[in-house]
Design a protein around this ligand. Structure first.
Ligand SMILES: Cc1cc2nc3c(=O)[nH]c(=O)nc-3n(C[C@H](O)[C@H](O)[C@H](O)COP(=O)(O)O)c2cc1C
Length: 199
């Protein structure tokens, strides 16, 4: 799968539109393919005046709507942080492809609505299982073994389930190649614009 993706990407970039097309291919492939590095990008948000980062599984990439979808536990610290400040960055780097993709935008939390219902219904029992853990993430505990998930009804986890929809307004593509690095910035404000940057 991964080697196929590499074959679909250009070896060098002369047109800026090629960087966006490559980013679209990489992010589309990242959703179903857990072997790709962009399947688990780093999501950074604010906690008061500090930046906090964590790895999350990319569940959806919709270029037309300019969104990425992530799933989480609504008891996680990032939920409270995002309701105070929705500004977020998503970044990943694939050393095999030599490509870094960085997106900036707003991350909005969904709990118990049509968005979470649709996402829950398409989740596997294995994914649903995480949301049945007692106490929720970030709670300080003495013995993690007591929090292993044994026998339970996976559907019980829905009450702890949340979806984070990240709407991006910029995408930066960095390609590292010894013959000449390429860095391109794509922005969607009132209108779409793009520019090369010094790498
Ligand atoms: C490979 C991998 C995948 C992960 N996927 C998710 C995920 O999809 N959603 C999530 O909330 N946390 C995921 N985590 C855990 C987060 O990195 C993080 O530890 C947790 O969400 C608590 O973050 P918070 O305290 O900032 O809310 C994943 C961690 C790893 C290592």
């Amino acid at each position: 799968m991964l080697s196929n993706l590499k074959e679909k990407l250009p070896d060098s970039y002369s047109e800026i539109s090629e960087t966006l097309e490559s980013a679209k291919l990489i992010l589309s492939e990242a959703v179903p393919n857990a072997q790709t590095l962009f399947h688990t990008p780093v999501v950074s948000t604010f906690h008061e005046n500090k930046i906090v980062s964590r790895v999350m599984v990319l569940r959806e990439f919709n270029f037309d709507k300019k969104l990425l979808r992530f799933h989480t536990d609504n008891r996680a610290a990032k939920i409270k942080n995002l309701t105070k400040n929705s500004s977020a960055t998503v970044i990943g780097y694939d050393p095999d492809l030599k490509v870094q993709i960085k997106m900036q935008g707003q991350a909005n939390v969904h709990i118990n609505n049509t968005v979470t219902e649709a996402a829950w219904n398409e989740s596997t029992a294995r994914s649903k299982k995480c949301y049945s853990v007692k106490g929720g993430s970030t709670k300080e505990i003495e013995n993690p073994a007591k929090y292993d998930i044994d026998d339970f009804d996976v559907e019980e986890g829905y009450k702890n389930f949340a979806v984070i929809v990240f709407s991006f307004s910029s995408l930066e593509f960095l390609y590292l190649k010894s013959s000449g690095h390429r860095r391109a910035l794509h922005k969607w404000n009132e209108e779409y614009s793009s520019t090369w940057l010094v790498p």
